[in-house]
Design a protein around this ligand. Structure first.
Ligand SMILES: [Zn+2]
Ligand SMILES: [Zn+2]
Ligand SMILES: [Zn+2]
Length: 141
């Protein structure tokens, strides 16, 4: 209880510091470099790198959970760079928009790997969206 109270005060003053830095035309992150946006170039770059690492890590975790192979029958793609994840039922774009999802991998990790998602390679995923079904599934029929 006491600790929670202290933490709240600390986070509030942190927000105040950032506000003051921004008003002074300084980077809110380091408070040293001048910038007219919120972060200086160096801090922005560091943030981007951090986010890229986070995304890569999330993808790794998701592929370990959902399987590191395109689920399309007859497709043998297992290269992570070619793999994406989508709704089994389709409607992935709608789902992303409704939930304001920037990165699907991060979202899945945050939501503890919900069911109803599957790994597809970009080719099969695109073909599915374009033709209603991937040519792979016609081959096997
Ligand atoms: Zn900075
Ligand atoms: Zn595929
Ligand atoms: Zn396919």
């Amino acid at each position: 209880m006491r600790n929670a109270h202290v933490r709240k005060i600390q986070s509030e003053s942190k927000a105040r510091i950032r506000k003051r830095r921004h008003a002074a035309g300084l980077c809110v992150e380091c408070g040293v470099n001048k910038t007219d946006i919120r972060h200086c170039e160096a801090c922005l770059k560091r943030k981007c790198e951090y986010y890229a690492n986070l995304k890569a890590k999330a993808k790794e975790l998701c592929l370990a959970h959902y399987g590191c192979q395109c689920m399309c029958p007859g497709c043998t793609v297992t290269i992570p760079e070619f793999l994406s994840v989508e709704h089994l039922e389709g409607g992935g774009i709608k789902h992303r928009k409704e939930n304001k999802i920037g990165n699907m991998w991060l979202w899945l990790v945050r939501h503890n790997y919900p069911e109803g998602f599957a790994v597809w390679c970009f080719n099969c995923n695109l073909a599915k969206g374009f033709f209603g079904a991937c040519p792979h599934s016609k081959e096997t029929q």
